[in-house]
Design a protein around this ligand. Structure first.
Ligand code: SF4
Ligand code: SF4
Length: 83
């Protein structure tokens, strides 16, 4: 599974990653004014959040594993529909 770490010192709380993530992995912590990871298991390692974050505040580890899981899930969904 992919591991995501957000550097709270770097995060400026703009919310771009929250809006941009297709799988709602992030939520904005209103109290802290920082983003937080709430559904790490749904990350498909598209790295869209890296592109959009103005402070490069997040780090993803084990990306190759997440990609593999995502591809397997997609293939399995397609196969289910064919059978
Ligand atoms: S890599 Fe993609 S799916 Fe994962 S947290 Fe970032 S935007 Fe969401
Ligand atoms: S895009 Fe970056 S700076 Fe903006 S809320 Fe997300 S982690 Fe923080």
């Amino acid at each position: 599974m992919v591991e995501i770490e957000v550097d709270e010192d770097a995060c400026v709380g703009c919310g771009s990653c929250v809006e941009d993530c297709p799988n709602d992995v992030y939520e904005l912590d209103e109290e802290k004014g920082k983003t937080k990871v709430v559904k790490e298991e749904d990350c498909m390692a598209c790295l869209s959040c890296h592109e959009i974050c103005p402070s490069q505040a997040m780090e993803h580890r084990e990306i190759h594993v997440a990609k593999r899981l995502y591809i397997d899930r997609k293939v399995s969904n397609v196969l289910d529909k064919m059978i």
